[in-house]
Every structure is written in structure tokens, then in C-alpha cells.
Write a protein that binds this ligand. Structure first.
Ligand code: 9D3
Length: 234
């Protein structure tokens, strides 16, 4: 899969893709991620990407020309790619949407800034608009890091063998059970005895109960909708 991200702050994103699972996926040729500076696609001396809004009002609006030039230079005829604008007005990101994005051959992600982008960008350049949730960010860059991370880990081979895909397939959209490691007692707090018992059947049942109870108290919405956050496709 190929992912292009266009931003006025490339350094804000570069580090996000240089560690852990994304780094391994890039090094292994599973995904090709390229970050582009929007200002490289301006043509004036000041590398202007924004201007004041027609009709008046506070703040600045991102100009259309640099965005069109950037996207058009990234997709020579025949390899369109799915163009996604990150914006508070977009479709709310959830695992189902991540799966949809992960199935694309090519993603071109646009990170907005300022008060917004010229509407012609949405109408004539963008295929899809995505928000990562109802809170205010300073721009689309943190949202791009989230989207890329979620999409890359769904690419075949990205997770490697250390990741227990089988176990996750049983989670069925429930929250995880409590986990413990050594020591068996820390500052007087003991690990639940059942986990030390060696009774694997009892451990399984306890974990399942914990998952269901935890989901019921913390995220009852997950039980109601039947949404499945499992990472497996089978
Ligand atoms: C304070 C400005 N707001 C006035 C109504 C609108 C606004 C514009 C631009 C709010 C935030 C932003 C910058 N955010 C994003 O570009 C963004 C975002 C977000 O803020 N929350 C969740 N997902 C996303 S994706 C892109």
C-alpha cells in the first residue's frame, strides 16, 4: 500500500512513522509512506498557503491552488488514489472505516490547518472526509498519525508473529481483561489467585467474565451496537 500525506508541518508527522510497527512495515516493503510539504507546491515568494475568507470573518482559509497542484503531481494518470481530507466535519473514525481505508491501494491524506479549507477542495479534489472524534485539535496532523497507524497495522504481514491475532479474534468487540505479570505481590497488592492456579479452563472463564463486566460498566455502547473492533478479517 502507498500512503501520501500532505501537510504544512512535515516534522510533526515524520517521527510518528519511524518507530515500532509502522517502521517495520515500511522497512519490510508492506507500506510506502511519503510526507509532502504543501509549501513546495506554492508558486509565490512567500510560499503562501492561506488567505482571508471571502465575505469576511475571523481567521484564515487554506487556498485551493497548492492542494490541487500537490495532489495532481502525486497521481499521474492511471493511479488515482483515494483522497482523504482530515477535518472536524468528516465521518467519525472507527474500526469499520479503518478497514475501508486499509483496503485502498493508495491513500492521499490532506491535513488541514487554520479555520478550514476553501470549499472547492472538498467539492472537487477530495473523495472522503474523516474526523477522529469530537474534540478540537490544532490541525489534521495528529489525526493523520492516528489514521495511518490504524490502517498500516491492518496490512497483511504488518503485525508479525509476536502479535496474537488468534486471541484477538475472540475478543468480539469486548474490552480486554485485566493483565498481570511478576511479581505475584507488589506493595501488598496480589495478583488474582486464579491466574496462578494453573487451571487454564478457570483462567479462560475468569477472563471472559472480566471482559464482559468491564465492557458492561465502561462501554455499554459496544454491547448494544454489536460493533466488532477485532483486527482479524476472517
Ligand atoms: C476553533 C476552530 N473551529 C471553529 C468552529 C473549527 C476548527 C477548525 C479546524 C476546529 C479544529 C480545526 C483543526 N482540526 C482538524 O483539522 C481536525 C480534527 C479535529 O480538530 N478533531 C478531530 N478530528 C480532526 S481531523 C482534523
Amino acid at each position: 500500500m502507498r500512503i501520501d500525506v500532505i501537510t504544512i508541518f512535515p516534522p510533526l508527522l515524520a517521527g510518528a512513522f519511524e518507530h515500532s510497527i509502522i517502521k517495520r512495515a515500511r522497512d519490510g516493503g508492506i507500506v510506502d509512506i511519503q510526507i509532502h510539504d504543501l509549501r513546495e507546491y506554492t508558486d509565490d515568494r512567500h510560499r503562501t498557503v492561506d488567505d482571508s475568507p471571502y465575505g469576511g470573518g475571523a481567521g484564515m482559509v487554506m487556498k485551493p491552488e497548492p492542494w490541487f497542484r500537490a495532489v495532481e503531481s502525486l497521481r499521474p494518470q492511471g493511479n488515482p488514489g483515494h483522497v482523504v481530507l482530515l477535518t472536524p466535519q468528516g465521518r467519525r473514525l472507527e474500526q469499520r472505516l479503518v478497514q475501508e481505508m486499509a483496503a485502498e491501494e493508495r491513500l492521499i491524506i490532506l491535513c488541514g490547518r487554520y479555520e478550514g479549507v476553501d470549499e472547492r477542495i472538498r467539492e472537487h479534489l477530495v473523495d472522503d472526509e474523516v474526523s477522529i472524534g469530537d474534540y478540537i485539535l490544532s490541525g489534521g496532523e495528529p489525526a493523520a498519525a492516528v489514521l495511518v497507524d490504524a490502517v498500516v497495522r491492518l496490512q497483511p504481514g504488518a503485525l508479525g508473529s509476536s502479535h496474537s491475532v488468534v486471541e484477538e479474534s475472540f475478543s468480539d468487540g469486548l474490552l480486554e481483561y485485566p493483565q498481570y505479570t511478576r511479581p505475584p505481590e507488589f506493595r501488598g497488592w496480589r495478583v488474582p489467585e486464579i491466574l496462578l492456579s494453573g487451571d487454564h479452563g478457570a483462567v479462560e472463564r475468569w477472563r471472559r467474565e472480566q471482559q464482559i463486566e468491564r465492557t458492561r460498566t465502561r462501554r455499554p455502547d459496544l454491547l448494544l451496537t454489536g460493533d466488532d473492533v477485532s483486527e482479524t478479517t476472517s
